[in-house]
Design a protein around this ligand. Structure first.
Ligand code: GRG
Length: 297
């Protein structure tokens, strides 16, 4: 990964942090505690992988950055809500997220529940309120896309399968089905929403991007499983070793650490192949794919 890529990432992360700061309700506006907790859950943490994918796809599609900021914020708010709810005692019951106490530990369970609810609705409010595409029908498609990716046929459905699979032996296709929904759906949506903010991609090109998102979303999860085994809590900013402790089926439990690494490499290679026709315009997406597979946290 080039120095140029690192400065692209840093510049987008810094600008996007300010965008989020401005879009979230102020902590001094009632109900103050809920607003403060929403800001706690979203700001000052996270790699912002999904927004970066949206920016890269937006660049490929010639989109205006200010429009992609809104689409990326909507996706990141859904992601932040999912983490808050996932960490609660009724789900994964974790105390550490993004190097800080989880939302329900810092505040309380009822507040964490409402933080998730409010972040989710704010995401859709942003997509509905801001002008994201000159074609209103396309903008409506964007709302539908995020709703489908987040709901019971997307991320929340994947989470339901995940919760039901604890202590069970899943086959590889079953594990893949779960992760395509739980982790992959939102990653795909981030890429497509970024591209939808532009105007110049054909349906075939959108399908290619979607396929890239599917492969890189799975690769993200395979790497997540490897890191859960190999990295430490301080590096991850969340509790390491949770999957084995919770008797969860993972790519590592199914394939072993080397098999899982090989699978990530294969998905990475296939993901890059789907971008071939885009040439230099897809360079940022390629570099993000490299980052996702090579990341250490
Ligand atoms: C509660 C509806 C609902 C869904 C939860 C995403 C999710 C579904 C649960 C998170 C549990 C988990 C560890 C999933 C594995 C992959 C993943 C999404 C990791 C966290 O995403 P990162 O690494 O986090 O992008 P940061 O903090 O960098 O944003």
């Amino acid at each position: 990964m080039s120095a140029d890529f690192h400065s692209w990432v840093a510049a987008h992360q810094a600008r996007f942090e300010e965008v989020l700061r401005g879009l979230l309700p102020r902590a001094d506006v009632a109900p103050q505690r809920l607003h403060e907790a929403m800001r706690y859950a979203v700001l000052d943490g996270g790699k912002r992988v999904r927004p970066l994918l949206a920016f890269a796809a937006g660049e490929l599609a010639g989109a205006d950055t200010a429009r992609v900021d809104i689409a990326a914020a909507a996706v990141e708010l859904i992601h932040a809500y999912s983490l808050v709810h996932d960490d609660m005692p009724c789900m994964d019951d974790d105390v550490l997220r993004r190097g800080k106490p989880t939302c329900h530990v810092q505040y309380d369970e009822a507040t964490a529940l409402l933080v998730g609810d409010s972040l989710q609705t704010l995401a859709f409010q942003l997509l509905a309120e801001h002008h994201l595409n000159d074609d209103a029908a396309r903008q409506l498609e964007m709302l539908k896309l995020l709703a489908a990716a987040s709901g019971s046929r997307g991320m929340a459905g994947g989470q339901a399968i995940d919760l039901a699979s604890v202590g069970k032996a899943l086959t590889l296709p079953e594990l893949e089905f779960m992760h395509i929904h739980k982790t992959g759906a939102l990653i795909r949506a981030a890429i497509l929403l970024g591209a939808h903010c532009g105007a110049n991609l054909t349906d075939t090109q959108m399908s290619r991007l979607d396929h890239f998102g599917k492969l890189i979303g799975l690769a993200f999860q395979v790497v997540d499983d490897v890191l859960d085994c190999e990295a430490d809590t301080a590096t991850l900013g969340k509790t390491a070793g949770k999957d084995a402790d919770n008797d969860k089926p993972t790519y590592v439990s199914l394939l072993g650490i080397h098999g899982a690494r090989d699978m990530a490499q294969r998905l990475h290679r296939e993901a890059l192949e789907t971008l071939a026709e885009f040439g230099a315009a897809a360079q940022r997406l390629r570099e993000l794919a490299d980052f996702i597979v090579l990341r250490k946290f």
